[in-house]
Design a protein around this ligand. Sequence first.
Ligand SMILES: [Zn+2]
Ligand SMILES: [Zn+2]
Ligand SMILES: [Zn+2]
Ligand SMILES: [Zn+2]
Ligand SMILES: [Zn+2]
Length: 255
Amino acid sequence: MIKCPKQDCTWVAEAADPNERFKVNCPLCQHEFCSLCNQQYHYRTTCQQLPQITQRWFFWCQTERERYLRQRAEQDTTYQVQLNEYNQKHKENDNRNRELRRRYDELLHDERYKAENCRLCPSCQRVVERIDGCDTMVCGQDAHGGNVQSGCGHRFNWAQAKAYQASATKQPKQTILDLPRPENAIVHHNGVTCDQCKNEVNGIRFDCVHCPSLTFCEKCEQQATLQHSQENQFLGQQQHVFKLIMTPEEEAFQF
Ligand SMILES: [Zn+2]
Ligand SMILES: [Zn+2]
Ligand SMILES: [Zn+2]
Ligand SMILES: [Zn+2]
Ligand SMILES: [Zn+2]
């Protein structure tokens, strides 16, 4: 059973495969969402990975981009272009970071709430909230059989189900631990093309998780993602999130 997550929308439908992740377009209110996590639909990532990806993107925009570009520019003077751009685009960057912070704060709040109140359905891995005190759960239904949230219909025992583990938590330092080190050779992503400069991607690869296909290289991402962020704002959408991919091996694992 799939239920539109918009508060005042009543649309429900039977899903062919309740364990499958797909994009749902609500025919009543036009809202688009992920069939498993109810969030804005995301590509190339599981629902479970999304919080961490969002956190990394926020840290990148907030502090890490500048640090990384400085280090790169010390080794390779062509990166001075990106560094100058960073200094010139202060206003645009601040504006984006404000929007992103809103998204990130909501995420932290959500993560904390789920960790305290939710468990995972053993069959479809959906995050399930206990509505009343009873331990007998049916994924997607309350104890009296009413549909209250999307779910696969699996029957399970609350006490035995796995608790939700928050993967994004408030951290004292907004750092990304696995950024490429400046003394190491730059990584080549063979066969992956940047949608801005049309060259093969070298260094960190940036994929938008909210667009079907949008990839940038580390030299283009600042300018290109700022523009993308303004497009999102213009369309009244939430800020799209970019996934940082350090090595081709990371992306070889497909979802
Ligand atoms: Zn709806
Ligand atoms: Zn999802
Ligand atoms: Zn389920
Ligand atoms: Zn590029
Ligand atoms: Zn996008």
